[in-house]
Ligand binder design. Structure first.
Ligand SMILES: [Zn+2]
Length: 412
């Protein structure tokens, strides 16, 4: 099939995020794609130029880049919206028993398939994902991600202390299983799949485990993801567990875990020194406002982190967060920090791509990027600018009409 046959033009209100304070509107706009890639967006009807292209008119509907979720727990998908209490109680009561079920590959397969279907149905086409401690279940998650065609950064959770019996790992086994998965999956599917070393958080990992992961990350350039300073009681516990360390962030730094390819979720209860340390190491921050609100963890000091120069993106953190929808994360981010809808959209798309080092490939509608986009139906509006605030404040999964991953219609 020649490229002429694979050219397509989609017409609608095209919204293109460019920076925290800049978004372009094309009303109406035309998104031209060729095969899996974006050719251009334009306000001028390009049909005369591409007479053979297939044309699709979405009328008043909105065309947006696919969302990037930089913090989500796949094995907690089935318990979304379940449970109450703050972080540590919630983990022990609801989360750990559910994650233990992933020892069963059949269960892992069922949930993984549903998870990626639902992720895409919500308009998310790239995600950084935590699995359970189980190597086969993590393998299954990669297979499910590849089948769906999404970009996914996936890691087997590592836990070798302070964990329930069914989820307690031997240190060496945890490292070996992670390295096997890294070697098998990192850069698989044309680089769309990446492995992320995933020590759960400092309380459930020994110092020797964290040091080994830090060493591997330095040697291989691998990605690392973990949790940092989510909850006051968690921070106290870390202080008790590591009395000779200067701070929570300092625990990770001593282990060599902080770097430009590290994504730390939450970062709510941090000192000025810790914020400076994270900025110096170029750590990426996953802001999970809906989860923080639901688990009553507190509010991430967004402006402070941003002023320190940190790159911040959005995560759903299901099941701490009760929704896989990035629309709802944008809404909660606006409520928690008074950021603008333009900024919220940037966090949900291009900032996520930048955090994961893939903004050459996804994140907005620049020419040559993957044709990952979603079509959204919101109520009538007067101006294009109003559509964005409606999207952020009143939309959810139900507004998503179609989702394209690399030009393929994957949800409708
Ligand atoms: Zn989390």
């Amino acid at each position: 099939m020649g490229t002429r046959d694979t050219r397509r033009i989609f017409k609608g209100l095209v919204i293109n995020p460019l920076a925290p304070d800049r978004v372009d509107y094309y009303d109406p706009g035309y998104l031209v794609i060729e095969g899996e890639k974006i050719v251009r967006i334009t306000a001028d009807d390009p049909r005369w130029e591409f007479p053979d292209a297939k044309f699709r008119d979405f009328n008043e509907k909105i065309i947006l880049p696919g969302f990037v979720d930089t913090h989500v727990h796949l094995p907690q998908f089935a318990m979304m919206g379940v449970g109450e209490g703050e972080l540590l109680t919630w983990l022990n009561t609801y989360t750990y028993p559910e994650e233990a079920r992933f020892a069963d590959p059949a269960y892992a397969e069922e949930i993984s398939t549903t998870f990626f279907d639902e992720l895409v149905a919500n308009g998310t086409t790239t995600a950084a994902i935590y699995c359970s401690i189980h190597e086969p279940a993590t393998d299954i998650a990669f297979i499910a991600a590849r089948a769906k065609g999404v970009r996914a950064f996936i890691g087997k959770v590592m836990m070798d202390r302070n964990s329930p019996p069914g989820l307690m790992e031997d240190t060496e086994r945890s490292i070996h299983a992670s390295v096997r998965l890294f070697e098998k999956w990192d850069n698989n599917d044309g680089g769309r799949l990446r492995y992320v070393f995933t020590p759960r958080f400092a309380a459930s990992c020994s110092i020797s485990l964290m040091h080994r992961v830090g060493q591997i990350a330095r040697e291989t350039g691998a990605f690392v993801q973990s949790h940092l300073a989510e909850n006051v009681n968690e921070v106290r516990w870390i202080r008790d567990l590591f009395p000779d360390k200067p701070s929570y962030a300092g625990v990770y730094d001593d282990a060599g875990l902080l770097g430009a390819r590290t994504i730390m979720a939450h970062c709510i209860h941090l000192s000025a020194e810790e914020i400076n340390l994270l900025a110096k190491r170029e750590v990426k921050i996953a802001f999970c406002p809906y989860s923080n609100q639901t688990l009553r963890s507190g509010t991430m000091p967004y402006r402070k982190l941003q002023d320190a120069g940190l790159m911040i993106s959005l995560g759903t953190d299901i099941a701490g967060g009760p929704s896989l929808s990035m629309f709802e994360q944008m809404r909660e981010a606006i409520r928690a920090t008074a950021m603008t809808p333009t900024e919220a959209l940037y966090l949900a798309t291009l900032a996520g791509a930048r955090s994961l080092g893939i903004s050459d490939h996804i994140g907005n509608f620049a020419a040559g990027k993957d044709a990952d986009f979603i079509v959204v139906d919101v109520k009538p509006r007067r101006k294009a600018e109003e559509a964005l605030s409606t999207l952020c404040l009143e939309s959810d999964k139900k507004c998503v009409v179609e989702v394209y991953v690399r030009g393929n219609l994957m949800y409708f």
